[in-house]
Design a protein around this ligand. Sequence first.
Ligand SMILES: NC(=O)CC[C@H](N)C(=O)O
Length: 304
Amino acid sequence: MIDFQSVLNAINDDASNVKERGEIADYIPQLAKIDVKHFGIHLIDSQQKNFSAGDSHELFSIQSISKVLTLSLALNLIGEDVWKRVDVEPSGDPFNHLSLLELENGIPRNPLINPGAIVIADILVSQLEHPKDDFLTFVRNIANDDSITYDESVAISEKETGFRNFAAANLLKSYDNLNNDVEVVLDFYFHQCSLSMSCEQLTHVFYMFMNHGKCRRNKAYLTLSQVKRINAIMLTCGFYDEAGEFAFEVGLPGKSGVGGGIVALLPNKFCVATWSPGLNPKGNSKIGMLALEKLTTETELSIF
Ligand SMILES: NC(=O)CC[C@H](N)C(=O)O
């Protein structure tokens, strides 16, 4: 038996001693206020045993990690038709890159870069009666946790400075790959990104991706084939132009966000989330990447 708690304690000790902690994502002014010194880690295993260290119960902005959840709901609602509007190839580019979108006639490379997630947001806005409420209910149900909510101040802050996302949405519109108004779709997108969760809550939501699509209460939200696809997309696209590095160093499907969160999982074994708000130049949590590399090295557990 692996002693996960000892491994997490050691990771937390190491993380606290790192001096160069990366840069906070200050292009969203509300995120710039967060103390770069935070570090938290939480792991849930297949028996639903929980292990944590550091600031694992503090809330943070999950940002792009939400893209996996909107994709899951879109697959639930319209199935394979999702792939008519967004591709499944890694982009090799930063998350907010636009030139590929023009080269490829308005079909985003994958659902985890911003233009792809904006198309998914458009699908949800079309399909749901009360998009923001219904998406929140979906996430709360998976986690079995009604305390999860949006951070309005983060959503408003991003709306005020989200010029590249407005550019992406307008470009999508010009290629007929956005059915609703740019303002409406981005209001939804900025809210999904503003979802506030702790490391513990994130593992409770993402548990289903390591458990054949079933949440902790054993209710199925995704089919086996959908989980396989989403995990594959996380592995190949979850870290933008650092997806290769994450697979190389950590060896797990996962997803990062500019709030400094990372969630990753090993099917049938565990789901883990880290939070450290300082980012590396590729926009992924600097210490979170180091922590997960240590986790899979020490436990010798990875998909490879
Ligand atoms: N990588 C991220 O977390 C980016 C999400 C952020 N809301 C943005 O659109 O820029």
